[in-house]
Write a protein that binds this ligand. Sequence first.
Ligand code: SF4
Length: 330
Amino acid sequence: MPHRTASQSRFSGRRYHGYNDWAKLTYGGRLQKVSIDAGFTCPNRDGSLGVGGCSFCNNEGFSPSYLRKQPDIYSQIDLGIEFMRRRYPKTLGFLAYFQSYSNTYDSLENLKKTYALALSHPQIIGLVIGTRPDCLSDEILDYLAELASQTLVELEIGIESCNDFVLQECLRGHDFACTQEAIRRAAGRGLFITGHVLLGLPHETQDSLLAGARALSCLPLDALKFHQLQIVRGTRLANQYRADPASLTLLGPEGYLDAVIDMLEVLPPHFKIQRLGSEVPPDVLVSPDWGMRLYKFPAMLEARLEARETWQGRLFSAPKFDSADQADST
Ligand code: SF4
């Protein structure tokens, strides 16, 4: 049986490097994100690149539904903190999470005003800014780096897939080279970067996921979020699924966890794992219905890692060069 590595013993007894464990060690307690919908759009919806969005996207499914009903960011933060305080009473501090759409897709002047408004809330100690890799100009990155020298800032970049054919088929509007370049430019400014990956997209295979994980392991990321593909109402994938359910192969929980583990094994031990999956509201979910809640995932992952006698980074080898190559195509 393989022995645990020294790096594994750093994971607070887990076989993967959990973001919350790291935050507790680094900051002394739990940091809780409070979602915000600041009213931005994205180039894949406003006509710059497309109007229908990525084939899987319906932001109603990905953001708390109460957000758009709130008159302003301040009210959204108040409501979010009230909710999260009940759920996590020991929270150390709250981060304003610009989650919906592309939150760097506006003039720098408007972005500055919007971020400043969130930071002016007395209970907000930092920002998490979600965006697409092609919405990160040098000017915006310079500003985020300046902001990060004054407060806590995490940049969350939608990677989704590392395979250009998969990205093209889901109508993403950018390729993996764009993602790699954005991550390198952001990391060059010292920003904390989380990558967001979506497992189970059409045309993604076990081989392409693994090739993608190897490509990610060469990038200067700090953290990763894993999400399973869920088909939600109002998306192109939902239309495709209704017309021909057999045209889409959806992962079950076991297959999904195994895919996450395959990727974890080749990822560097220092990548912090921020999320293991997502749940969309039942009224927008088309498929798959796993019939279980997400809070069970960490324990399920731990048990599966143990059963497979493996851990994050077990097969990781530090890159001998800084590869700019894209992951192998399917
Ligand atoms: S996933 Fe992001 S980039 Fe794609 S359509 Fe939705 S908001 Fe736009």
